[in-house]
Design a protein around this ligand. Structure first.
Ligand code: PGA
Length: 247
């Protein structure tokens, strides 16, 4: 059985002060769950967030990392630096990083290797643009992204893959549960071509306009083990997504 993983991606929102206030006010509620719950916070909030959730079953992750251990890479952060904060998870290849910061599949692959070597848990993000969805080429796009990302990597249960169609991110237009399941099951099939065992263990998430109203339908799908939530994870109402099975 794969343990459910519900992740919030705060993107470039919340200062340290706001992070502290969020957890001071809501941690008790969020802790009432039997899933893996992770908040991906801005780098500057990591220490505060880790400290805030210390006595709970909530984990903290970073939204990006550099693949080298150290060096002259102005503005970058290494896995060791992340580990020292107490962060356990790292997002890799989010579509906003690909779009605005030129992140390529090759960089995603290097980051994945670095994160696994450091003993952290990666969530690799993949997803097609609207044009690929409309032209029907979306599975081809996903296939390339997944195979490029995991090339030469021995995958284990620490790795998760999030299917986040770009047209569904921040748009309020989520993929239907059937559309999400089609791609998530396709991704599991791709991983099984590399390792059957890994394909049974790794968690595959859906992301893109997940909210308290659509979460139940999404989580009913056989190959969807969790969700990656952006906008809706900034508010206390995120607890309705985390505890979707109790509503
Ligand atoms: P959204 O973002 O939930 O606001 O659509 C998802 C994401 O970017 O991970």
């Amino acid at each position: 059985m794969r343990r459910e993983l519900i992740a919030g991606n705060w993107k470039m929102y919340k200062t340290q002060k706001e992070t502290k206030a969020f957890f001071d006010n809501n941690l008790a509620l969020f802790s009432q769950n039997d899933k893996d719950v992770v908040f991906f916070v801005p780098f500057t909030d990591l220490n505060q967030a880790v400290q805030s959730v210390e006595k709970s079953n909530i984990e903290i992750g970073a939204q990006n990392v550099h693949f080298e251990n150290e060096g002259a890479y102005t503005g970058e952060i290494s896995c060791e630096m992340l580990k020292e904060t107490g962060a356990k998870y790292v997002l890799i290849g989010h579509s906003e990083r690909r779009k605005y910061f030129g992140e390529t599949d090759q960089m995603v692959n290097k980051k994945l290797k670095a994160v696994l070597n450091a003993g952290l848990c990666p969530i690799i993000c993949v997803g097609e643009q609207l044009s690929a969805r409309q032209s029907g080429e979306y599975l081809e796009v996903i296939k390339n992204q997944v195979f490029n990302a995991v090339e030469g990597v021995a995958l284990d249960e620490r790795t998760a893959i999030a299917y986040e169609p770009v047209w569904a991110i921040g748009t309020g237009k989520n993929a239907s549960s059937m559309q999400a399941e089609e791609v998530c099951s396709f991704v599991r099939g791709l991983i099984s071509e590399i390792s059957k065992k890994a394909s049974e263990k790794i968690r595959i998430l859906y992301g893109g306009s997940v909210n308290p109203n659509n979460i139940k339908d999404i989580m009913k799908m056989k190959n969807i083990d969790g969700v990656l939530v952006g906008g809706a994870s900034l508010k206390p109402d995120f607890v309705k997504i985390v505890q979707y099975d109790k509503q």
